[in-house]
Design a protein around this ligand. Sequence first.
Ligand code: 5RP
Length: 222
Amino acid sequence: MTQDELKALVGQAAIAYVQPGSIVGVGTGSTVNQFIEALARMPVRVAGAVSSSVQSTERLKQHGIPVLEAGEVTSLGVYVDGADEIDGAGCMIKGGGAALTREKIVADLAGKFVCIADESKKVEVLGRFPLPVEVIQMAVPQVMRRFVAMGGQPAVRPGVLTDNGHPIVDVRGLSITDPAALEREINQWPGVVCVGIFARHRASVCLLGTSGGVQTLAYDAA
Ligand code: 5RP
């Protein structure tokens, strides 16, 4: 199966976690695009979605799925999103699509994070994928110096501003053996809006697309 076919497979599989008539949290990316297509095919649709990006909002609206602001809900049953990497505990690197901050905000509202990913995303240790960090512009040089001091190679993502108007710094060369500790640490740095480590908001379950079908990986509650 191609990577696109695997993405379509897990996008469809995630529908099993979505209650018809409910409000669902929707992530961002090519795998989530497949999930949105599957949402549009539900015989009894969701009542609406809280979206993590302008891109997903547009796609949901094209399918006639109402999009609510995050502030209009107090909680969500399920948040469905992709990942750039996921480790054996369900911790993830996210933000390859520059939507990490809103993704974490919507994930925070949800009781369950359903990660949908093809098998190339599964890793032993996070860090092969460059770690995205959304940073307020004036703090970028200092944040980059901090990453260099810890052995990383940071670079500003060229030509990209997030939906919130901030640059992204991508950091190569990190081996993230304690995702929760590193997430806590980077979150303390002045000017960091959001780091793309999802340990505090790790996956509850991962639907992993493999050539043998969908593997369901369930993780212990945080
Ligand atoms: C966007 C993300 C995406 O979930 C991540 O980049 C995976 O994307 P794709 O499904 O296209 O591989 O974090 O900010």
